[in-house]
Design a protein around this ligand. Structure first.
Ligand SMILES: *[C@@H]1O[C@H](CO)[C@@H](O)[C@H](O)[C@H]1NC(C)=O
Ligand SMILES: *[C@@H]1O[C@H](CO)[C@@H](O)[C@H](O)[C@H]1NC(C)=O
Ligand SMILES: *[C@@H]1O[C@H](CO)[C@@H](O)[C@H](O)[C@H]1NC(C)=O
Ligand SMILES: *[C@@H]1O[C@H](CO)[C@@H](O)[C@H](O)[C@H]1NC(C)=O
Ligand SMILES: *[C@@H]1O[C@H](CO)[C@@H](O)[C@H](O)[C@H]1NC(C)=O
Ligand SMILES: *[C@@H]1O[C@H](CO)[C@@H](O)[C@H](O)[C@H]1NC(C)=O
Ligand SMILES: *[C@@H]1O[C@H](CO)[C@@H](O)[C@H](O)[C@H]1NC(C)=O
Ligand SMILES: *[C@@H]1O[C@H](CO)[C@@H](O)[C@H](O)[C@H]1NC(C)=O
Length: 625
């Protein structure tokens, strides 16, 4: 009596007497459902020294579903295998599928301690729907229930190269194992190749023999991986190609490297997919200085989307030991392909919402282009502002390629400062330009474009600190403290004289020595054009602290003097000729004098008054401090 109770408690094992291994192939015709061992209703204990292989035949258009419950200890050699993969113990109703024409279910019991039961079902897939995915379009390896996916090359003579990438912060992803791969255009007639990792082998990729391959995932679990099919004709020429996946949750700090077979393969391509992000940015890209192939000829180029779209490179970074000035750089596309030549890099990517506003930074450069050059499906428009309202930069802009083909295409470029002075205000329509340079000083740069797919905008700009244009000195000589010292803005050859009057005003007279100093600004202010070019030489105004020892040439246009004089009555100064409008400026604000459309940008910090003349015309301004 006691013995019987113990048996019942020891795991609901069938009293099923002797285990018999049936080697007769199981087919759909012998029943759409069944149980192993045949006739059992609960787990069966398998005697020691059993090596039993059941075999199934699966007709085209069907899948076999097997639900296993098993318990055993792996180490002594006991195992349960389906489709040659372990079913790890303990398993309770673990579901597996197979689509091979022949598949085995194997039990090896060395110890006599293996117990198992498996229920199987033949699934008819004839009502599954086909989804066509063109090459160059990533998709989730979970696929979708009741659907199968056929990847089709761009051209009927081409083939498909299939790869997948797993989210960078995912520890493991089972889903590729759960996807069955067919070489051909459906699951009914095509050749079954295997589960994806089997089909890939150690090359981590698969080439179809025709222009299509087909995938089905019957498991339907969540996944951390994305498939990407590319046209084989593009990828087969690449020494190395890989797919990286990131999402909007975290930065991606990783490496892109060249591969070594017998020798280093000099070129590698990697497609980065920011899953669920409209764009991403390169926060840093540091070239590996340790490897033998690192040299000044090495570079990284970046093009939009996958290799299949065959887009031209949009960014080029030559090997450098210090290129942080180029970053962060926005990639206005969720997908981009990096090409490494004789270089390896450590990168930091950050996923971005659709970004509009960016910060400025001294001595740095950025590249901006119409988004459809990165992604043909993107809206050909952008609206970016680069700013730090407490700092002024010389935004030096290289219009690399501007091709505005259609009437509705408009590119506007504006540089200005908080309180309203616009030093650069350009609007381009129906224009073709190559490598034209423009610049403006201000605390912000606004770049706005709205165009059509056939048009093209590529521009690069540098944010030059006007106080330190070479990016070297920390205290340029022409910065002087307010209000007692003279100011000389040497970069544009302006001489200034500062006079302090009783009520602590500074009178600043500036004039450029070269009439053509800033021709780019002149075109934006038609009112300036009427200014007489005649140079009137005068002696410096009331001079208490001359700026430089060199000869000061003050050039003054008559209309300037006249207009400024008109506002003089309210603002006593020490010289009748230098009366001008008075402007209050605030710490850390930029503001402007708009007298007679003369342009001068004042930028004030706690200690310094920075004067950046941005016009070729004389101006006299009184500033209250
Ligand atoms: C089990 O039998 C199969 C053939 O039926 C054989 O290939 C395999 O090596 C055997 N395994 C063990 C552990 O004996
Ligand atoms: C089988 O399992 C029993 C009970 O857990 C254990 O005592 C025995 O050592 C196992 N046999 C082998 C060969 O591992
Ligand atoms: C794939 O889809 C599943 C289910 O819809 C989702 O849980 C998972 O996050 C997706 N994975 C990726 C990498 O997008
Ligand atoms: C790239 O590196 C290889 C091997 O070091 C060298 O033979 C080749 O000339 C390099 N290519 C360029 C463009 O520097
Ligand atoms: C460049 O930026 C990265 C990331 O912020 C940083 O780790 C690296 O040290 C910087 N390199 C230099 C030369 O400043
Ligand atoms: C701004 O930078 C450009 C390019 O370096 C230069 O030509 C221009 O003179 C600078 N403008 C001023 C006002 O410094
Ligand atoms: C425009 O500026 C770029 C970068 O500063 C420079 O390389 C190029 O020569 C300039 N182009 C012209 C036409 O001045
Ligand atoms: C002006 O800038 C200085 C230095 O950056 C800062 O310490 C100060 O708080 C700023 N003043 C205002 C009013 O923002």
């Amino acid at each position: 009596m006691i013995i019987i109770i113990i048996l019942l408690f020891s795991g609901c094992i069938s009293a099923a007497e002797v285990f018999k291994c049936s080697t007769t192939p199981i087919t759909k015709d012998t029943g759409l459902t069944g149980v192993l061992p045949a006739g059992s209703t609960s787990q069966v204990k398998i005697p020691a020294k059993t090596n039993c292989t059941y075999s199934f035949e699966i007709p085209k258009g069907f899948a076999l579903k097997v639900e296993t419950t098993t318990d055993y200890v792996v180490s002594p050699g006991d195992m349960v295998l389906f489709d040659n993969f372990f079913i790890s113990p303990p398993a309770i109703n673990e579901v597996d599928y197979a689509m091979n024409s022949k598949v085995t279910y194997q039990i090896i019991s060395v110890t006599g301690n293996v117990t198992f039961i498996a229920k199987y079902t033949y699934l008819d897939l004839s009502n599954y729907q086909q989804v066509i995915k063109p090459t160059g379009t990533p998709f989730n390896t979970s696929l979708e229930p009741n659907k199968y996916f056929t990847v089709k090359a761009s051209n009927a003579n081409d083939q498909v190269n299939l790869q997948y990438g797993t989210l960078h912060d995912s520890t493991n992803s089972h889903s590729p194992f759960e996807v069955f791969l067919f070489d051909g255009n459906d699951i009914f007639n095509s050749n079954y190749i295997g589960r994806v990792p089997q089909a890939f082998g150690r090359h981590y990729e698969y080439y179809s023999t025709s222009d299509t391959l087909t995938l089905i995932n019957l498991y339907g679990g969540p996944s951390d991986s994305l498939f990407l099919g590319n046209d084989a004709s593009v990828v087969e020429n690449m020494d190395t190609y890989g797919v990286y996946v990131m999402d909007s949750n975290s930065d991606y700090n990783g490496w892109m490297v060249l591969k070594q077979e017998i020798d280093i393969l000099p070129d590698a391509w990697y497609t980065v997919i920011c899953n669920g992000c409209p764009s991403f940015s390169i926060e840093a890209m540091m070239f590996d200085t340790q490897c033998a192939y690192s040299n000044e000829k090495g570079y990284v180029e970046i093009q939009g989307m996958t290799p299949t779209q065959r887009l031209p490179p949009m960014l080029h970074y030559q090997y450098s030991t210090n290129n942080n000035d180029s970053f962060p750089q926005l990639i206005p596309s969720p997908i981009a392909t990096f090409h490494l030549h004789n270089a390896s890099t450590n990168f930091i990517f950050r996923s971005g919402a659709q970004q509009k506003d960016f910060v400025t930074a001294p001595g740095t450069s950025r590249s901006v282009s119409s988004p459809q050059l990165w992604n043909p499906d993107a809206t050909p428009a952008f609206d970016y502002t680069f700013s730090d309202l407490s700092k002024a930069y010389n935004f030096s802009i290289d219009l690399q390629t501007i091709q505005l083909e259609n009437d509705q295409d408009v590119l506007s470029i504006e540089v200005g400062s908080v309180n309203g002075l616009t030093t650069l205000d350009k609007k381009y329509t129906k224009t073709k330009l190559e490598n034209e340079n423009i610049s403006g000083i201000g605390s912000y740069l606004k770049l706005k474009y709205s165009g059509t797919k056939t048009s093209k905008v590529i521009l690069n700009f540098e944010m030059i600190d006007p106080l330190n244009p070479a990016g070297t000195t920390t205290l340029p000589s022409y910065i002087t403290s307010v209000p007692t010292r003279a100011t000389r803005v040497s970069t544009v050859s302006v001489q200034s004289t500062v006079v302090t009057s009783k009520n602590s005003q500074i009178v600043v007279t500036t004039t450029p020595t070269v009439a053509t100093t800033t021709p780019t600004v002149a075109t934006t202010t038609p009112t300036v054009a009427t200014t007489t070019p005649t140079v009137v030489r005068t002696t410096p105004l009331i001079t208490t602290t001359p700026v430089t020892t060199s000869t000061i040439t003050t050039r003054q246009s008559p209309d300037t003097t006249k207009l400024m004089s008109s506002t003089s009555s309210n603002h006593p100064t020490s010289s009748p000729t230098t009366v001008s409008s008075m402007q209050r400026f605030y710490t850390n604000n930029s503001f402007t004098s708009r007298d007679n459309n003369k342009r001068m940008l004042f930028f004030a910090s706690n200690q310094y008054l920075h004067l950046f003349p941005v016009d070729t015309n004389v101006m006299i301004v009184t500033v209250e401090v």
